[in-house]
Design a protein around this ligand. Structure first.
Ligand code: PEP
Ligand code: MN
Length: 357
């Protein structure tokens, strides 16, 4: 697949902003006017809102499309809204919506994505595809393929974080690595960070937007409302146009690389150190697995089970203490040790059951 950017010759960061939902004509116009002054690239507003429980505000519907049309006419801004079924696509196109976006709850459902793909087939309208609510890269790629096969080449993806069971600091936990894997497979795919739905709260918005910039994201999508506390949906994460202006101004943009010879020589040096360390890490891990296999062999002879919970807990506890001294995060060490432990179990399992195969 080969993609084109949503906007020709766009400059990073590509800025998408606007309210979570279109609520009233006044609210939409006030937000749009303030954002037009900031020269944003695309104005967002949800017209049909996917709500977890019935009875919550489900969007103003078709009426709001007229307001988006007015935004275009009066401010010159391009506009985008979420579409979740064919009927939404037809209505949005009728009112001149410039860019369509697929929400997380739509990307997760191939039937819905296909329905939308069929509805836009043959139209040259850019489409932004949010990640599915669960961290499944194939599902995300599947949605991109369905839209691409409908003839759309101006496709962008939006990382809005993933649902997580339990307490987290984010509303939807970002999985940067997953988005990086996507970018590795499709380098020309435009990648936007929806910091609003990742954070779910105002105080983290700037840091997450900056993190996205540091990871070479092409832009951000942020929810902006003239009176955030009174918003009919997602009040806790929306910010005023003035606060948004500060957020954008605060973003530090870094170049992907440079041709400065001194820089290149020094970075080469540092990278060589990393390569050597990675090499050592691999060798060490290989040796660790050999030791595990010996343990497996020995346990087998003595008819002892592979999993020793007490021993595993001891290792985890000891390593956590060492990790904090070394400045490694608890989360990282936990993930790393679990992966190593799983690989060890697999090696021991192989040794134990060799004869049965
Ligand atoms: C939204 O952008 O307002 C929205 C509903 O987002 P998501 O699909 O990411 O939940
Ligand atoms: Mn929202």
């Amino acid at each position: 697949m080969q993609f084109e950017p949503i906007k020709k010759d766009f400059k990073r960061p590509y800025i998408i902003a606007g309210p979570c939902s279109a609520e009233t004509e006044g609210q939409v116009m006030a937000t749009a006017r303030a954002l037009a002054e900031q020269n944003i690239d695309l104005f967002r507003a949800g017209i049909w809102k996917p709500r977890t429980r019935p009875g919550a505000f489900e969007g103003v519907g078709k009426e709001g499309l007229g307001w988006l049309k007015r935004v275009k006419e009066e401010t010159g801004l391009k506009v985008t809204t979420e579409v979740a079924k064919a009927e939404h696509v037809y209505e949005a196109l009728k009112y001149g919506v410039d860019v369509l976006w697929l929400g997380a709850r739509t990307t997760v459902n191939p039937f819905s994505v296909q329905e939308i793909a069929d509805a836009i087939s043959g139209m040259d309208i850019p489409v932004l595809i949010k990640n599915p609510i669960n961290p499944d890269l194939q599902l995300w790629i599947g949605a991109i393929e369905r839209i691409y096969k409908a003839g759309v080449t101006k496709i962008g993806v939006i990382h809005r974080g993933f649902s997580f069971h339990g307490e987290t600091k984010y509303r939807n936990v970002p999985r940067w690595q997953l988005a990086i894997d996507l970018k590795r497979q499709f380098p020309d795919l435009m990648m936007i960070c929806d910091n609003s739905h990742i954070c779910g709260r105002r105080d983290l918005l700037q840091a997450v937007a900056q993190e996205a910039m540091d990871l070479n994201y092409d832009g951000i999508m942020t929810e902006v409302h003239p009176r955030p506390d009174e918003a009919w949906s997602d009040a806790a994460q929306q910010i005023t146009p003035a606060v948004f202006k500060e957020l954008v101004a605060s973003l530090v943009l870094r170049q992907e690389t440079t041709d400065d010879a001194v820089y290149l020589a020094h970075i080469d040096d540092l990278r060589q150190q990393i390569d050597e360390l990675d090499d050592e890490l691999m060798k060490l891990l290989g040796r660790r697995m050999q030791a595990s296999e010996q343990i497996g062999e020995y346990k087998k002879r003595n008819n002892i089970a592979i999993l020793q919970t007490t021993r595993w807990n001891e290792i985890l506890d000891q390593m956590m203490v060492k990790a904090s001294v070394l400045g490694l995060s608890e989360n990282f060490v936990n993930t790393l040790l679990r992966a190593i432990h799983q690989e060890s179990i697999d090696h021991q399992e192989k040794v134990m059951n060799q004869e049965r195969v």
